[in-house]
Ligand binder design. Structure first.
Ligand code: SF4
Length: 340
């Protein structure tokens, strides 16, 4: 086992990508990077990470920043509950720990948005403690290397890989080991077409020896995504201001949407908007858009519309003024409304 750890650490020291969060061991910065990297590739995260820590360089800044500004910093990264949880956690660290990041697993795991992986990553990378951090990349590398052919979504498989990882980390520098195995999974032992010929552990890898790289890790088939159909509107009032809706619940909380009604009927949607006090004087179809979330697909029939200024509604001069949900940013980006 120690060959595995030595080889991947040596490989990492030579081949690691130069990523901005690798120049620090400040737990706040490590935490920000880990949360951003949870659902997003490193190359996409870089500009977001830089902007975030330049704007909010300390945990005190994150605890105090106003919601719209925070959401704007996260705009485009998706999974917005992540950043809302980060602010709750920052507030708790400031009030309970005087702004000093906790350095024990028991305290970290109590914080909102910090699960076993993130706690392990912070402890091993920032505090150099011997705590395993196991994510999808790590599970893929270990299941291939050890030839684990059971379903990776089963708890028993996860526990087995977790115990391998903890053992491999034990007598090494935990910060180096954790970053090395994550990097190996992200760059060489990738989901499709792993680059086994240049892999530092190719000589002992069971999946490579048996030609099982494409069937390990084994994963049960995901359930079909739920589909929702919306009638979605770019509505302008008589002062050419755009109507926006701020989301106050669900996974998009804190973001802004174009007005929309869940239905495949335009007439039904117009009735709903009318009952909400929007006096629509004109609509014209633009196009149909789709947005795919993790467990959900939105199909949106998009219309441009004009409303009267009879009632007061929340409006903006430009969509740039507020953090718009990604599903609607794609619609706005095409500036299909510009001709009106
Ligand atoms: S040899 Fe191939 S399958 Fe095995 S760990 Fe390396 S990249 Fe992954």
């Amino acid at each position: 086992m120690s060959h595995f750890s030595d080889r991947i650490i040596q490989w990492y020291e030579i081949h690691k990508r130069d990523l901005p969060w690798r120049h620090t061991d400040d737990p706040y910065y490590i935490w920000v990077s880990e949360i951003m990297l949870q659902q997003t590739q490193a190359i996409t995260v870089i500009p977001y990470y830089k902007r975030f820590i330049e704007t909010l360089p300390t945990i005190f800044d994150l605890a105090e920043v106003e919601e719209d500004r925070l959401m704007k910093l996260w705009e485009g990264l998706g999974y917005y509950s992540r950043v809302r949880n980060m602010q709750k956690t920052a507030i708790e660290i400031v009030s309970k720990y005087q702004g000093i990041f906790p350095n024990t697993y028991e305290n970290l795991i109590q914080l909102k948005g910090i699960g076993a992986y993130t706690a392990g990553a912070i402890l091993s990378i920032a505090f150099k403690q011997k705590f395993s951090a196991i994510d999808g990349n790590v599970m893929r590398v270990l299941s291939r290397y050890f030839g684990v052919e059971t379903d990776i979504t089963l708890d028993s498989t996860k526990q087995k890989l977790e115990s391998f990882n903890q053992t491999l980390l034990e007598d090494k520098r935990p910060d180096m080991y954790t970053q090395a195995i994550i990097e190996l999974g992200a760059t060489l032992c990738t989901k499709h077409k792993p680059q086994c010929e240049v892999c530092p552990v190719k000589l002992d890898c069971v999946a490579k020896a048996k030609g099982l790289q494409s069937s390990i890790p084994l994963k049960a088939k995901a359930k079909a995504k739920k589909e929702l159909h919306f009638q979605t509107f770019i509505l302008q009032d008589e002062d050419n201001r755009f109507v926006v809706w701020k989301v106050t619940d669900n996974l998009l909380k804190g973001l802004y949407l174009l007005p929309q009604v869940e239905s495949d009927s335009l007439n039904y949607a117009l009735d709903v908007l009318d009952s909400m006090g929007y006096t629509i004087v004109f609509t014209e179809p633009i196009s149909q858009f789709k947005h795919v979330f993790t467990h959900l697909v939105w199909t949106m029939d998009v219309y441009y519309g004009k409303i009267k200024n009879e009632k007061k509604h929340e409006t903006v001069t430009s969509f740039e003024d507020v953090p718009m949900a990604t599903a609607h940013k794609h619609i706005i980006k095409e500036k299909t409304y510009a001709k009106y």
